[in-house]
Design a protein around this ligand. Structure first.
Ligand code: FES
Length: 293
């Protein structure tokens, strides 16, 4: 299938298709395969340009990063400029601008993980591998990253390998993981899938082509479910969110916010002339200032 059949390319006024002159970086066979995948991705959206994020993952699945030819391919397929594609690709940290390792090892150094040992894990791995943030080992096996909170704080400190969870890590256990990855030995996350896949395989899943492994293993573990279990045991239920009921309980009269509720500034009582007419007050202030000067 040609790129044009991906259903998106519209010539500009000057007759040139955006991205067209750059879209020659893949051999014919690869380009045809990518175009077929791209057509499936684009078909999920009412507007072709909305497909850019999964398209960038598709490019990473092919090239291991958002390559110049991948950028051109996205632009040509979606009818946007290469500058627009680059602007998006540089905004999100999941998109790599240089060849990535087979495994992205992300150490969470956000607040909770950091104080639970994430900083120590980072220091150990960085020294052990001889690389810093967003750098890759010479054999191309591991790219090391500091990552922000992965919503797994209940298992802090957390290490991710290609976005699979390795919970409750220590510097020693993290070193063992990367050593196994470098040696090409199988590595199993502590939750989720039974094994970690490669960066390219993961990227293809993120592009929207499932590998059928989403339901492997345990998702929410014991620590995550602890609150729910306790609530059930003790008969706790969530408080009502009925606004009138909450207002009555707090003693507020109808229409007033209850303590702790949000209040729109439009509902706030007028307390100064500027509240009543901010623009009028500003004009009056300017006029007064002019008279005084
Ligand atoms: S702070 Fe590390 S997972 Fe939330």
């Amino acid at each position: 299938m040609s790129v044009e059949h991906a259903g998106a390319v519209a010539p500009h006024e000057h007759g040139r298709v955006p991205g067209e002159r750059h879209a020659t970086g893949y051999d014919e066979q690869t380009r045809a395969r990518l175009a077929a995948d791209a057509a499936q991705i684009v078909a999920r959206y009412p507007q072709a340009r909305s497909a850019l994020l999964p398209m960038l993952h598709l490019v990473q699945a092919e090239d291991g990063y958002v390559s110049p030819r991948g950028i051109a391919f996205c632009a040509a397929t979606l009818g946007i400029t290469t500058a627009e594609v680059s602007a998006v690709a540089t905004f999100y940290t999941q998109y790599k601008r240089h060849p990535n390792g087979t495994y992205t090892v992300g150490v969470c150094t956000n607040t909770l993980c950091a104080i639970m040992g994430g900083d120590a894990i980072w220091e150990e791995l960085s020294e052990h591998l001889g690389i810093g943030h967003d750098e890759t080992t010479q054999d191309g096996a591991v790219t090391l990253e500091r990552v922000e909170c992965n919503a797994a704080c209940d298992y802090a400190p957390v290490v991710m390998v290609n976005w699979e969870f390795f919970d409750n890590q220590t510097p020693a256990s993290a070193v063992e993981i990367v050593d196994r990855l470098v040696e090409g030995e199988p590595v199993a996350p502590t939750r989720g899938a039974a094994s970690v896949c490669t960066f390219k395989e993961m990227s293809r899943v993120l592009a929207g082509f499932p590998d059928g492994r989403a339901d492997e293993g345990v998702g929410a573990g014991e620590a995550t479910l602890r609150g729910t279990v306790l609530a059930k045991q003790r008969g706790w239920t969530a408080p009502s969110f009925d606004a009138d009921e909450r207002a009555a309980a707090s003693g507020a009269t109808h229409g007033e916010p209850a303590a702790g509720d949000e209040q729109s500034s439009a509902d706030r009582p007028v307390t100064t002339p500027a509240d009543a007419s901010p623009a009028g007050e500003q004009r009056k202030q300017k006029s007064d200032d002019a008279k005084e000067s």
